[in-house]
Design a protein around this ligand. Structure first.
Ligand SMILES: [Zn+2]
Length: 392
């Protein structure tokens, strides 16, 4: 440990959720982090907890990986013109979200649709959010929307300039399976991850993307398989789950019944590792700062999955599908955490029981890269017990 390293100790953890589907609960009460990365996990009396710069006393509450929103539409800083809203990202941090992934900066007023313009905007967005994290939240942005006429060289240019994502295929002029497939292939060749709009038109001016286009395009993520907002017919959703191996993304701003159908189908296929969560915010329905927590509670309660499993949909599953270094409590992963507890007066003896019964937990603290970013959430119901920063 060097002289200048920064050490965070979280002790008295009552329940540690790993984010890993294969072992969602860890047998540990303490996590030690050095310079923003997880160094050790275990029992406090077995770990080196001396000389910490920051000590968090969890007071017996639950620690989980910071939540990842796999589907957002940021524009600039912490402002969205979609609903003329300021500080929406900060509000989501108070809902436990520590990482957001752009599915395209489509709400930019006057969004350029010519190829040089859309490339320039993607590169600028990637830079802006790399240089500025609203309230500490990691925003992976710079996700160009595909337009007709793009050639392989364009994808190479984007990748060379640091772009790692595509915006939702189908939101631009590329709407046929054949063209989408070619462009997704070029993107993949240069290390750019892809997602596709699935379902009916989202807002006036956008179009339908049905299962045949989704299957032909073969994007890495079946973006909002439950529609954003309008879902495909049930048989098409089942067919997408069965006939392709890509990520099954369920969003808050979609059809909840269809989300449950997709979850059930993934479960029957024994492929829950493909299920990831997003909000699709800001949307026509607005911004829901608790959207990811609400999806966890809804899927657990109505989809009949244990709450600890539902947390994996919003953490480790997304991290693995998206190749992130967060979302899992494991040595050397990013020290991104939420400290949560059963909401005051919520039914259920434990936090997991109360979530399984459809109740949201209370967020007591968020930590990103080993730094405490927020304390008692202003948005969740109040947690029964709050963690505390220990004075050194
Ligand atoms: Zn969409």
């Amino acid at each position: 440990m060097s002289e200048h390293s920064n050490k965070l100790v979280i002790r008295n953890i009552g329940l540690l959720l790993s984010g890993k589907l294969e072992q969602p609960i860890l047998d540990a009460d303490c996590v030690v982090c050095i310079d923003g990365r997880i160094a050790e996990i275990g029992r406090e009396n077995e770990l080196d907890v001396d000389r910490a710069d920051t000590i968090v006393d969890a007071k017996g509450v639950t620690v989980a990986p910071g939540l990842i929103d796999s589907h957002v539409h940021p524009v600039i800083g912490d402002y969205t013109p979609r609903q003329q809203q300021l500080n929406w990202i900060d509000s989501c941090l108070h809902g436990g979200v520590t990482t957001m992934i752009s599915a395209g900066e489509v709400h930019v007023p006057g969004r350029p649709k010519d190829i040089v313009g859309l490339k320039a905007m993607a590169i600028a967005s990637q830079r802006c959010y790399e240089n500025f994290r609203p309230s500490g939240v990691k925003i992976l942005a710079g996700a160009p929307v595909l337009e007709e006429g793009m050639v392989e060289e364009d994808f190479k240019d984007l990748a060379d300039a640091g772009v790692t994502l595509l915006g939702e295929v189908g939101l631009g002029s590329v709407k046929t399976g054949e063209t989408a497939r070619q462009m997704v292939k070029w993107a993949r060749k240069y290390g750019i991850q892809s997602t596709i709009h699935t379902g009916g038109p989202s807002i006036p001016g956008s179009g339908l993307i049905d299962k045949d286009v989704v299957l032909a395009a073969d994007a890495d993520i079946i973006g909002h398989i439950n529609g954003g907002h309008t879902a495909l017919p049930d048989d098409q959703i089942v067919c997408l789950c069965e006939q392709c191996q890509r990520a099954i993304e369920l969003v808050h701003n979609g059809n909840e019944r269809s989300a449950l159908l997709a979850l059930r189908t993934a479960s029957e296929l024994n492929q829950l590792e493909r299920v990831i969560l997003g909000t699709d915010a800001p949307a026509g329905s607005g911004v829901q700062p608790l959207g990811i927590l609400r999806m966890i509670a809804m899927l657990s309660a109505l989809g009949d999955v244990p709450a600890e499993t539902a947390f994996c949909f919003a953490t480790g599953n997304t991290a693995r599908m998206r190749e992130l270094d967060s979302g899992i409590i494991e040595h050397d992963k990013a020290a991104d955490f939420i400290l949560i507890d059963r909401a005051q007066h919520a039914p259920g003896r434990t936090i997991l029981e109360s979530i399984r019964q459809g109740n949201l937990p209370g967020v007591g603290m968020t930590i990103i890269d080993g730094v405490v970013r927020s304390h008692r959430s202003r948005n969740t119901p109040p947690a029964t017990t709050l963690p505390e920063l220990v004075g050194l």
